[in-house]
Structures are given as structure tokens and as C-alpha cells.
Design a protein around this ligand. Structure first.
Ligand code: NAP
Length: 246
């Protein structure tokens, strides 16, 4: 029970990496808030987690809307009285080559991946700074470190998340709030299931450990970073990519 009674808010918690992180945190004793735009998957996740004994509050919210974010934080505080851990995980891709990328594709990705992380960090860090303890984990991507053709919007958003992580870590360190980023490589979820078999095979060749990552791999790292075992770690970007970016 590394996270006993820690109130943890996971954005994009209805499926994929976010849902797996939420489930791993529940196993370690955390109390959960999961929020997501996808109401159907959110309901399913809430029911299944409750069936497995988790304490979970599921809230429909769009992370890029400041009124939705404020509402989630207010309801979380009404329900649990505090927020100890924030996992900024919600994210999307809208891939296109730069010359073909529309303003809408650019804005959608920046608004959800970067602005959403800023809004939740701002709202939750207020609560954490006041009680002088807390932990924020931002789900970035190796693409934010190395770039990728066809993903100018996504790469810029994730590089932005990395800059935001380091800045927040510096601003909140004296309040004992740690802020770190996880930068996954290729993890098998709905996001990567969209890619063609040809691209998947090309990527596999680039992974020294010879396999795609699983959401559980990311969840184990998130549990460690949120636990007391990582109490001297802040401002870091930890890659979890099977060695793809050695
Ligand atoms: P996923 O399976 O698509 O799950 C993302 C979840 O976030 C979905 O439930 C999605 O709902 C939700 N979401 C989308 N827009 C939202 C919004 N505006 N507000 C609230 N929730 C929203 O993706 P994933 O692979 O688990 O990715 C999770 C995070 O890991 C993302 O930040 C992603 O960039 C990052 N990541 C993933 C990989 C990978 O290989 N999978 C690699 C590096 C980084 P809908 O289904 O309705 O859109």
C-alpha cells in the first residue's frame, strides 16, 4: 500500500494509460477521481473499478475548458476534502505533415495536451501548495524530446509539457510539491492501434528491448514517482521507451 488514502485525480482516466494508472493507484490504496470527455468509457471504467473495490468518483470534463477544470476540482474537494496527487494524462493526436496541418488540428492538440495540463496544474497546485505537500505527474512523450515528422502539433505540445513540468517543479519545490514528467515511447493503446501495421513494424525495429510498451509499464513508473520512494525526485523527465531514445 504505497499510496494509502492518497486522493489522486487522473485526467483521461476512462481508457488506456490513464485508466491503467488509476487502477494501479487503487491497488496501492489511493482514492480516485477520474475525468474524461468520453462519457460511455468513463461510466464503464467507474463501474469496473468499483466492482474491484476501488473508491472512485468519475466526472465528465474537457481538460481544455477552465470551467470544467474548476468544476472537477470543486467536486473533488467536496467529495474527498483534498487532492494529493494529480496525473495530467489526457492527450490526443491529430497527425499531419506541417504543410498540410490545419489551424484546427494545431489548436485541438495544443489545447488538450498543453493547455489542459496547465489548467489542472494551476487549479490543483493551489490546494497542494496550501497544505505544503503534493505530487504532479505529467504524461509527456519521447516525441516532445526528439520530434517526429507528421506530428508538429503533438511534438510541440509535449515539449511544452516538459517545459511546464520543469517550471512548475521550480515554482512549487519550496511548498514540497514535486512535479515530474513521464515520457513514454510506443505504448499499446487505442492511440497507437490507429497506426498502420507497416508503421508499427518500423517502430518495433527501433526498440532495443524488442517489444511495444504496455500501459502497466507506465503505471508502475507513475506509482513509484507518486510514492515516498521518490520523495527526492522533482523536475525530471523519465523516458519509458524500451530504449528507443538511448
Ligand atoms: P487513449 O487510449 O486515446 O486515451 C486518452 C483518453 O483521454 C481517452 O479516454 C480520451 O477520450 C481522453 N481525452 C481526450 N481528449 C480529452 C479532453 N479534452 N478532456 C478529457 N479527456 C480527454 O490514449 P493513451 O495512449 O492512453 O494516451 C494517454 C497519454 O499518454 C496521452 O497524453 C498521450 O499523448 C500519452 N502518450 C501515449 C503514448 C502511446 O504510445 N500510447 C506514447 C507517448 C505518450 P476519447 O477516447 O473520447 O478521445
Amino acid at each position: 500500500m504505497l499510496l494509502k488514502d492518497k486522493v489522486t485525480l487522473v485526467t483521461g482516466g476512462a481508457q488506456g494509460i490513464g485508466r491503467t494508472i488509476a487502477e494501479a493507484f487503487a491497488k496501492e490504496g489511493a482514492k480516485l477521481i477520474i475525468c474524461d470527455v468520453n462519457e460511455e468509457n468513463l461510466k464503464k471504467a467507474e463501474e469496473e473499478m468499483q466492482k474491484n473495490g476501488a473508491q472512485v468518483l468519475a466526472l465528465k470534463a474537457n481538460v481544455s475548458s477552465s470551467s470544467d477544470v474548476d468544476e472537477v476540482v470543486r467536486k473533488s474537494l467536496d467529495n474527498y476534502g483534498t487532492i494529493d496527487i494529480l496525473i495530467n494524462n489526457a492527450g490526443i493526436t491529430r497527425d499531419n505533415l506541417m504543410l498540410r496541418m490545419s489551424e484546427e488540428e494545431w489548436d485541438a492538440v495544443l489545447n488538450i495536451n498543453l493547455k489542459g495540463t496547465f489548467l489542472f496544474t494551476k487549479a490543483c497546485s493551489k490546494v497542494m501548495a496550501k497544505k505544503r505537500t503534493g505530487c504532479i505527474i505529467n504524461v509527456a512523450s519521447i516525441i516532445g524530446v526528439i520530434g517526429n515528422a507528421g506530428q508538429a502539433n503533438y511534438a510541440a505540445s509535449k515539449a511544452g509539457v516538459i517545459g511546464l513540468t520543469k517550471t512548475a517543479a521550480k515554482e512549487f519545490a519550496k511548498r514540497n510539491v514535486r512535479v515530474n514528467a513521464i515520457a513514454p515511447g510506443f505504448i499499446q493503446t487505442a492511440m497507437t492501434d490507429k497506426l498502420s501495421e507497416e508503421i508499427r513494424q518500423l517502430m518495433l525495429k527501433e526498440i532495443p528491448l524488442g517489444r511495444f510498451g504496455q500501459p502497466d509499464d507506465v503505471a508502475s513508473l507513475a506509482v513509484f514517482l507518486a510514492s515516498e520512494n521518490a520523495s527526492y525526485i522533482t523536475g525530471q523527465v523519465i523516458r519509458i521507451d524500451g530504449g528507443m531514445v538511448i
